[in-house]
Each structure stands twice: as structure tokens, then as C-alpha cells.
Write a protein that binds this ligand. Structure first.
Ligand SMILES: [Zn+2]
Ligand SMILES: [Zn+2]
Length: 536
């Protein structure tokens, strides 16, 4: 891994890709204890800003992959190649080529490692698509998390604004990203309903309902002339979800019965045993804590966990508390969700944190805030430090962390918890009570998906190498042979023959680390809110 100095130095003179240009090697630590540190970021040193420009992180010498020119003759048949998300959690982007027509799934961002100081985030390297923009039939978005939509405003222009499809909330969140760059009027965004089938070129596309940690999450089925492909998106099978129906088990099973050629499936929690906890259990715990609280209740959670926010709002209403929202991303998401009908509350129940709050008796106040990752400038940390402008924590307050620290953030979160204790608050965390659950299926959720869809080929995606390897192991356990499990890395190409056999091409696309930097005014607080966009 590069140090800042190395990175800065090489960034100066490396814009000409030269000899030894690499395709991205696994850059994440293999040790699960170190994994996902890249979600944590700090800005504490000098760096070179690129002011919103995309820059390729320069090649490391020594690796000589067999590369292919980005431009080339149109190839028939079916090919799948990821441009991001297959060596990391983040930067998701997978391309499916059907007789030369290109269907992209997701355009996400990735937060950099701690040593990549000054970088806002990384985005998929789309140089493989240069000169082929006219062949891009669609970009299909699985859900509204930033690791799936976060690069849209940077990459859509280079892709010549192809048609984009996604469910209603996903498209609304994508539009927000585009608004920031004034690109919305140029983009072609289409909202689709679950179960609706859309013909795009030779492919019929279908969005299937799944449960995850943001409403409107979808798996995508692509019915191609070569067979059906299923991309799970991020998912878990929650049998008792809150505010939304469970996943469309019936349709997954139907597809399985009809025959699925390949499944591209979420690997994030493949190494975790058992089944993921249901959102309803979290709701019950929060209910009990609000019921028993003597004074104010302050809850921090991920801003995109809108179904949990709905639970909190419902419980607050039940116990006659007003809900006050604190934190930029929380305010933005609550407003968006209320406007689109994903968050329902009687008029006047939800308010912005304001000085007027103190006029209410403590028993009637509930605050929802950002900062569940201990981010220094986000709501909860400032409350703990006593630097929050409107919320001063005091004895009698109950503070609930409805979240898990992402690996690497534990110390920062602990610091916040300690500060809150010192100020006299009662603090409840997921360590002692069921206060958070993941949006990504554990081993049993993945087994269920594979049993239902029963695809001929399994392509583990969305994860670091150890996560995807655990996913491959699950496939082996239920009888998949090595020639049916395909461990691609970014840029590698999986080719299908007319008989439905698949093998990795000897050629691959060059995929570099492309950084976005110099959003200039982006403050740490904004970063923190962005961070809250990717709950694990
Ligand atoms: Zn997600
Ligand atoms: Zn994701």
C-alpha cells in the first residue's frame, strides 16, 4: 500500500500510463480485523487537490497483466466484466455485454484507505468503455447507497449519459447526486416498479424486491438471448422486515425453476455464520428503551436506514415525544423520504433541532442524529464533547447508538461513548442490546438465495477477497464445481459459450484506482454524512 508521500509523488508525474501499468491488485488487507478500514477517513495533512478532477492513481511497477485495448471490434455472445466492487466493498460497477450491447449495473464510490489522505473517494475506472459509449444501452441501479450510485455525477458525462433505470427512491437519490453538479437535465433517469419488465435492446430487464438497509433495494434479472442472469444487489432475507414487504421469494424461485445461467451475488457477510438478525428485533429493543427512558432520548443511526427511522418515529409518537432531527445527511434523507412517502409522520411531529426544543419537557423529546461512527464533526461526537450548538447532554438523557462501528472506527466510537457517560447520560449500544443489524445476508441468507435461484454459475461480488472467497466456499458446500464458481477481479472478463459454459478470458481490461478529489469545500462533516451512507 502506498504512503501519502509515495502517492503524492507518483501522482505528480504519472498521468501517462506507462510500462508496467497494472490492473488493480487486491489492495485491501486480507485480515478481517483490518478490513474495511477504508471507510474511515481523516484529513490531517497537506495534499494535492485536483478540484473535482478524476485522476488515475499511477501504476505500480512490476505487474504485467495481459491487457486489451479499450476500443476493439464488437464481440458477439455474452460477457461479464466488473470494473469495480470485486476487490473491495465499494466502487461497484459490473458490465454485462450481450452481442456487443453493454448493460452496466451500478456506478458507486469507495472511500479511500487511511493512507490516501486528501482523497475524497475512488470511482470505477471506466476507461474500458472509451469509444464504446454508443453501445451502452443502460445503467441499472440496484439501490441508493453511495457505493452503488455515488459516482454517477462524475462518470455519466464520460459515458455520454446513457439511460439510467432504478426504483423510485434509488432514482431520487441519484438525482440528488446529479443536482450537485447541475447535470440532472442532461441525465435520462427512469423509475421502474418491482416486477415490471422493460425491454432494452435484446434484453428484458426486471427489478426484484429484496430487503437491505435502505428502502427500494432491488435485485436485477436480465433475460438475455443466452440465458437469464440474476444480480442480487446488496441483500439479506429479512423474514420480518419493518415498513416493507419481504424479498420476492416467489419470483426468485420461479426464475430458478425456469433456469438461471449465472448469479452475481453479494458477498459482504459470507464469512458470517447463521442468519442475519431481523429489523423487527431492533425495533422492539428501541421501543423498550424509549418506553423506559426518564428524560430525553437521543438516537444516532445511519441516515439511509429510513425504515429504522420510521420505527423510531412511530415509537416516539406512541410515547408522546416529538422528533428532532440533527445532522445534514439525516435532515436531507428525512426530507426526501417524507416527500416521496417513504417516511410517514403526522404534521408537526418531526422537526429540525432548534432552541425551541428546550421548552418541551424532557419526557417529550426524542432526537435523531448522525455521527454513529464517531466522526469527529458529526452530531453525536459534538454532543459528547459539548460542542454541539443546540444539544447539551445531561444527566437523565438516554443515548442510543443504533449502529455498529465499521471496523477501524471502534476507538472513535468508544471515545464518543465515554464522553457521553462522563456527561451523565445513560448510553446503550449494540454491544449489549440488539440495536443494529446488517443489511447484508449472512451465510444462511446466501444459501437460501442459491437454493432459490439455483443458477448454473456463481459469481461472488461485492466484497474484499476474503469475503468473496467465503462466498465461493458456500457454493462449494452445496455442490458447485470449480468450473461453475468464478472468482473475477476488476477488469477480468468472463465469457460464455453457446452451451452455457463459462470461462475467464485470457485478456483483461486495465482497471486503475481512479480518485475524485478537491471537492474543495467538502468539509469533514459532509464526509461523515457520506460515510453514514454505507452501513454494513
Ligand atoms: Zn447497500
Ligand atoms: Zn453495497
Amino acid at each position: 500500500m502506498k504512503t501519502v508521500g509515495e502517492w503524492l509523488q507518483s501522482a505528480e508525474g504519472s498521468l501517462q500510463p506507462g510500462k508496467g501499468e497494472r490492473s488493480t491488485p487486491p489492495k485491501r488487507p486480507q485480515d478481517p480485523n483490518q478490513a474495511r478500514q477504508h471507510h474511515r477517513r481523516r484529513r490531517n495533512g497537506p495534499f494535492r487537490k485536483f478540484h473535482g478532477q478524476q485522476q488515475s492513481v499511477p501504476p505500480k511497477p512490476g505487474v504485467q497483466p495481459q491487457q486489451i485495448a479499450a476500443q476493439g471490434p464488437r464481440q458477439g455472445g455474452l460477457r461479464i466484466y466488473p470494473l469495480g466492487g470485486f476487490e473491495q466493498v465499494g466502487r461497484n460497477c459490473t458490465c454485462i455485454e450481450v452481442d456487443g450491447d453493454i448493460y452496466m449495473i451500478d456506478l458507486g464510490l469507495e472511500f479511500p484507505d487511511e493512507d490516501m489522505l486528501g482523497i475524497d473517494y475512488l470511482v470505477p475506472d471506466i476507461s474500458a468503455l472509451k469509444g464504446k459509449e454508443h453501445r451502452i444501452k443502460a445503467i441499472l441501479f440496484t439501490h441508493g447507497h453511495l457505493d452503488h450510485i455515488g459516482a454517477i455525477q462524475h462518470l455519466l458525462p464520460s459515458l455520454h449519459f446513457p439511460q439510467c433505470y432504478g426504483t423510485k427512491l434509488t432514482m431520487a437519490m441519484a438525482r440528488k447526486r446529479l443536482d450537485e453538479e447541475g447535470l440532472t437535465s442532461k441525465a435520462k433517469l427512469t423509475s421502474v416498479a418491482y416486477g415490471e419488465k422493460i425491454r432494452i435492446g435484446k434484453v428484458e430487464v426486471e427489478f426484484l424486491r429484496v430487503t437491505h438497509s435502505i428502502p427500494d433495494s432491488a435485485a436485477i434479472a436480465l433475460h438475455t438471448p443466452y440465458g437469464t442472469l440474476v444480480h442480487t444487489g446488496d441483500f439479506k432475507f429479512d423474514l420480518t422486515p419493518m415498513n416493507e414487504p419481504p424479498a420476492d421469494f416467489q419470483r426468485f424461485a420461479e426464475l430458478g425453476k425456469q433456469g438461471v445461467l449465472a448469479i452475481i451475488a453479494d458477498s459482504t457477510n459470507a464469512a458470517k455464520p447463521g442468519t442475519s438478525l431481523s429489523e423487527s428485533q431492533i425495533s422492539d429493543t428501541i421501543y423498550d428503551l424509549i418506553r423506559d427512558a426518564e428524560g430525553r432520548v437521543i438516537i444516532s443511526t445511519f441516515s439511509s436506514l429510513l425504515n429504522r427511522t420510521q420505527q423510531i418515529v412511530d415509537h416516539a409518537k406512541h410515547f408522546n415525544r416529538k422528533v428532532f432531527i440533527s445532522g445534514r445527511s439525516m435532515l436531507t434523507n428525512v426530507e426526501l423520504a417524507q416527500n416521496l412517502g417513504y417516511l410517514k409522520a403526522p404534521r408537526g411531529l418531526i422537526r429540525k433541532v432548534s432552541p425551541g426544543m428546550s421548552k418541551l419537557p424532557d419526557k417529550e423529546v426524542l432526537i435523531i442524529t448522525t455521527g454513529s461512527q464517531g466522526e469527529e464533526n458529526a452530531g453525536l461526537a459534538r454532543i459528547g464533547l459539548g460542542t454541539h450548538r443546540q444539544i447539551i447532554v445531561k444527566k437523565g438523557d438516554t443515548v442510543i447508538l443504533s449502529s455498529n462501528p465499521i471496523i477501524g472506527n471502534e476507538r472513535a466510537v468508544m471515545k464518543v461513548v465515554n464522553n457521553l457517560h462522563l456527561k451523565g447520560a445513560t448510553v446503550k449500544t449494540n454491544a449489549e442490546l440488539a440495536l443494529h443489524t446488517t443489511g447484508h445476508g449472512h451465510r444462511n441468507d446466501l444459501l437460501m438465495m442459491h437454493r432459490l435461484v439455483h443458477a448454473k454459475h456463481v459469481i461472488p461480488e461485492h466484497g474484499e477477497p476474503f469475503m468473496r472467497e467465503a462466498h465461493a466456499e458456500i457454493a462449494r458446500d452445496i455442490g458447485y464445481q470449480e468450473n461453475q464458481i468464478h472468482m473475477l477481479v476488476n477488469g477480468e472478463i468472463l465469457e460464455f459459450d453457446p452451451q452455457g459454459n463459462a470461462r475467464k478470458s485470457k485478456q483483461k481490461f486495465t482497471v486503475n484506482d481512479v480518485i475524485i478529489d478537491g471537492r474543495g469545500s467538502a468539509s469533514e462533516g459532509q464526509r461523515a454524512s457520506a460515510l453514514s451512507g454505507i452501513p454494513m
